[in-house]
Design a protein around this ligand. Structure first.
Ligand SMILES: Nc1nc2c(ncn2[C@@H]2O[C@H](COP(=O)(O)OP(=O)(O)OP(=O)(O)O)[C@@H](O)[C@H]2O)c(=O)[nH]1
Length: 387
């Protein structure tokens, strides 16, 4: 394949990847990095078209080369940025924009000094480095990554180095070396850039899929509204402490808490405002806890708090502290400041407890707090002494 056809294939390839990604994301809703990636692909398509028209008379050469390469650096830089964004580094722009600006300036300076030799050196080195930046983003998921993921990291790195190597070879051996003529080197680099286009596309889609998987795993354990452990993971965290309660030593405690008259909040201000209040009061509760304490959302507005190595007196104090904090922290919503209170049932985990007996006791104490007027902390009766 001659070099002109290769440039045309690169332009069309980037356009079709942009279109493929558009339809892929269309069904899932746009992700944060989608627009960056789409712009990157469009820039690259325009850049390769400009380079394709170089020497054809359609676009003046003095425009095709400097503008073509400039837009290409921006496109490849943005592509690396989209990969960093997918990998969770949202601040990539702070580094990428100056690097892209510097790349364009460096290339233009080399182009002004030496239209042929130096611009090839600068162009190849800059493209190699920008592609390496994309490979580095993919490499962040190396440890937990699949074989396909690792293959992409290695192949993108090797191809990026190959592109950069052209710059070094042209600089050190301008006329080529043995069978590796200048022309063959140019064809090899174009082929490497073609493969890089394909592999980066796969890389982006792969990261998007891995993101989805991690999010699904997280949602199996975490309540999406409050970001607290859900019922399932709270029970999993509780299990070892129930087992420990059968051995002599300091007891642990369980607190059940339920926000008071929450239905009224929904009825008066609407469900979205209720969600805001719930998220906010859950945050207030979290702030009162030690690192070892575990707060989880059981169902609706009912939460449970595990206090490891905490006896009943101390557990009552913790519950009282949370109660006072909730009462003292009205939540600002669009329509009003909403005051909340919560009721608490506290009990110690006993050696003979099952989860059913433990939660039944805590729930009875909670019901007693509700019946006693709400906004109260009530302890479950202590175990009867052995006869
Ligand atoms: N906005 C919102 N409301 C919720 C959510 N989960 C449960 N609720 C509402 O919370 C209310 C809980 O009501 P109940 O527990 O029956 O009673 P209450 O109004 O809180 O009154 P008491 O518990 O007796 O103090 C119901 O209206 C539920 O619809 C949620 O995730 N978001």
């Amino acid at each position: 394949m001659d070099i002109t056809t290769m440039l045309f294939a690169l332009a069309l390839g980037n356009l079709s990847l942009a279109a493929a990604l558009f339809f892929y994301e269309y069904e899932r809703g746009k992700s944060l990095s989608w627009s960056t990636w789409a712009i990157a692909k469009q820039c690259q398509a325009v850049a390769w078209l400009l380079l394709y028209f170089n020497g054809s008379g359609v676009v003046p050469d003095a425009v095709a080369i400097p503008v073509g390469y400039g837009v290409l650096f921006v496109g490849v830089g943005l592509e690396a940025g989209a990969l960093w964004e997918s990998a969770g580094r949202l601040a990539w722009r702070r580094i990428a924009y100056p690097v892209m600006g510097l790349s364009v300036a460096l290339f233009l300076a080399c182009y002004a000094i030496d239209e042929a030799g130096m611009r090839v050196v600068a162009g190849a080195l800059i493209l190699g480095v920008l592609h390496l930046a994309g490979a580095a983003a993919l490499a962040r998921g190396w440890r937990g990554g699949s074989m396909l993921h690792r293959f992409l990291v290695i192949s993108i790195t090797v191809l990026a180095l190959l592109v950069a190597a052209r710059g070094i070879l042209v600089l050190t051996m301008p006329e080529g070396w043995g069978w590796l003529s200048k022309g063959l080197l140019q064809v090899l680099t174009s082929a490497a850039l073609y493969l890089l286009m394909l592999l980066n596309g796969f890389g982006y889609l792969l990261l998007a899929r891995e993101h989805q998987r991690v999010e699904l795993d997280r949602l199996a354990l975490v309540d999406p509204l409050t970001d607290l452990p859900n019922r399932r993971s709270f029970f999993a965290a509780l299990a070892p402490w129930m087992a420990l309660a059968r051995r002599p030593g300091q007891p642990s405690s369980l607190v059940m808490l339920d926000f008071d008259q929450f239905k009224r909040v929904n009825d008066s201000y609407g469900h979205p405002a209720g969600d805001t209040v719930l998220r906010s009061v859950a945050e207030v509760c979290k702030r009162q806890l030690r690192d070892s304490d575990q707060l989880g959302r059981l169902v609706g507005v009912e939460f449970a708090l595990l206090l490891p190595r905490t006896g009943i007196e101390e557990a009552m104090l913790v519950a009282e502290r949370i109660r006072a904090a909730v009462e003292a922290s009205p939540v600002k919503t669009e329509r009003a400041m909403i005051s909340m209170t919560a009721s608490f049932g506290v009990t110690v985990i006993r050696p003979d407890d099952s989860t059913v007996s433990l939660f039944k006791r805590a729930d009875e104490a909670l019901r007693a707090a509700k019946e006693g007027g709400r906004n109260k902390v009530v302890a479950a009766p202590a175990a009867a002494p052995p006869v």
